[in-house]
Design a protein around this ligand. Structure first.
Ligand code: C2O
Ligand code: CU
Ligand code: CU
Length: 465
């Protein structure tokens, strides 16, 4: 049996019901159209939310205490995001997974002063898929995201719309944001990362799904589509059903897979998204669970099994509807036309204590680590020499995994990706095409998406020129 991290053993606030309340599906927000542009207003402010029944927990929210509406847009849209910083401190808001100019990226170089509004405009050059946005303030990302500065944008396109898939949001198509949290005795969730949290990534023992722990959904649907974001600071989730039923993955970070991939468990690293089809036609209760673990899993094992949510079918049917055989046209990874770069993840100091480094260096806000010529298709080799596991995220592009430990990627990892798990001692090779946008000055980030590691300097920056 794995050791539980000591921080997970805190008492829960007395009297607060943790589980069993109805599932909450935030509404879709289509924005408004102004002169041919889809415009979203995003007000970031402190607020509160009832994660625990009858307890108001202080948060930072986007258009709500915690659960803002999910942004909904179409591939090809011209967007404007009006991000109003209602906080008393600087912040940024980054569009994770979107292909856009560096000036619109919302990374640590696009700081928004307290009271100011930042209004980037960009085209949505994506496939249908699930993306998200979150705070990315230098050294404050973990704290801001923990408080709630994160939400989802779902993108549709014609290719996806032509498929026979569940897509009635809130009826047979659900967006689930999984973010474990821990609460103090008064039901608050202060960002009080201790030394262990900074090393392993901040984790909690309560599993809010869209801000509500382990909810229940009564449903008429024979098949549901679950779009799941791992929005945790530092937790990896190995998702499976209590009855070990099979399900299918249909999309990865950047869009649809070529064909549905049958699975009995699905691993989502921090920041990864997956879309899954779950058959409920047998009428049996289906409980989705997650084995949760942190960066130190190779040494410490998992932190335990969390109940994610329970589906209670209201009807049964002798057979589930047929699955589409093909989903999307997935071109092979682009042929290499540019450099091969190696990125070595390491730690300085002794054992599990020390700094997190990429190529021997910590992030330096004033240093551009390298430049990529625009239109190059590069090969990036990631090597992890640490005893921990790290989900590596690269801004600007959706990339492809060429090999993992010398083997081709598993089918569910063969599609469009922006975040990839690099196991301890593992080597993973990626192919990335840097088309469309160049900027000699403003960089894009690459970093570990365990937010405590990112804030500790496991990050670098590159320009496309
Ligand atoms: Cu999800 Cu650099 O971020
Ligand atoms: Cu990103
Ligand atoms: Cu890491």
């Amino acid at each position: 049996m794995a050791l539980a991290a000591p921080a997970l053993l805190r008492p829960r606030p007395a009297g607060a019901a943790l589980t069993g309340r109805p599932f909450v599906q935030p509404a879709l927000d289509q924005g408004r159209i102004e002169a041919g542009r889809r415009v979203f207003g995003l007000a970031v402010a402190t607020g509160s939310h009832d994660f625990l029944d009858g307890v108001e927990t202080a948060t930072i929210g986007v258009n709500a205490g915690f659960l803002g509406p999910i942004l909904s847009a179409r591939a090809g849209d011209a967007l404007r995001m009006n991000v109003a910083n209602g906080l008393a401190e600087p912040m940024t808001l980054h569009w994770h997974g979107l292909h856009l100019p560096a000036a619109a990226d919302g990374g640590p170089h696009q700081e928004i002063a307290p009271g100011a509004t930042w209004s980037p405009e960009f085209d949505l050059r994506q496939k249908a898929g699930t993306f998200w946005f979150h705070g990315h303030q230098h050294r404050k990302t973990a704290e801001h995201v923990w408080a709630g500065m994160a939400w989802v944008i779902r993108v549709s396109d014609d290719e996806e719309a032509a498929l026979s898939l569940p897509r009635t949001h809130g009826e047979d198509d659900f967006t689930l944001v999984l973010q474990d949290r821990r609460f103090d005795a008064s039901g608050q969730m202060p960002y009080d990362a201790n030394m262990h949290d900074r090393m392993a990534g901040m984790q909690g023992d309560v599993m809010p799904v869209n801000g509500r722990p382990s909810p229940v959904l009564d449903t008429d649907a024979l098949r549901v589509r679950l779009t799941i974001l791992n929005g945790a600071n530092g937790s990896f989730y190995r998702l499976h059903f209590a009855d070990n039923r099979a399900f299918h993955q249909i999309a990865s970070d950047g869009g649809l897979l070529a064909a549905p991939v049958p699975l009995r468990e699905a691993l989502l690293s921090p920041a990864e998204r997956g879309e899954y089809l779950i058959d409920l036609a047998d009428g049996a209760v289906a409980t989705l669970r997650a084995e949760a673990f942190g960066a130190e899993a190779p040494v410490m094992g998992s932190a335990g099994i969390r109940e994610v949510m329970t589906f209670r079918p209201k009807t049964a049917h002798p057979a589930p509807p047929p699955l589409p055989e093909r989903l999307a046209e997935l071109a092979p990874p682009p042929a290499p036309t540019g450099e091969t770069r190696t990125f070595t993840l390491s730690m300085s100091g002794m054992g599990m204590m020390g700094d997190f480094l990429i190529n021997g260096r910590q992030y330096d806000h004033g240093r551009i680590d390298f430049s990529v010529p625009k239109d190059a298709a590069e090969t990036w080799v990631w090597e992890n020499t640490t005893p921990m596991i790290h989900p590596i995220h690269i801004h600007d592009v959706q990339f492809r995994i060429l090999d993992r430990g010398g083997r081709p990627p598993a089918p569910h990892e063969a599609g469009l990706k922006d975040t990839v798990l690099i196991g301890s001692g593992e080597k993973v090779t990626l192919r990335l095409l840097f088309d469309d946008y160049a900027d000699a000055v403003l960089p894009y980030m690459y970093h570990c998406h365990i937010l405590e590691h990112e804030d500790a300097g496991m990050m670098g920056q590159f320009t496309v020129v």
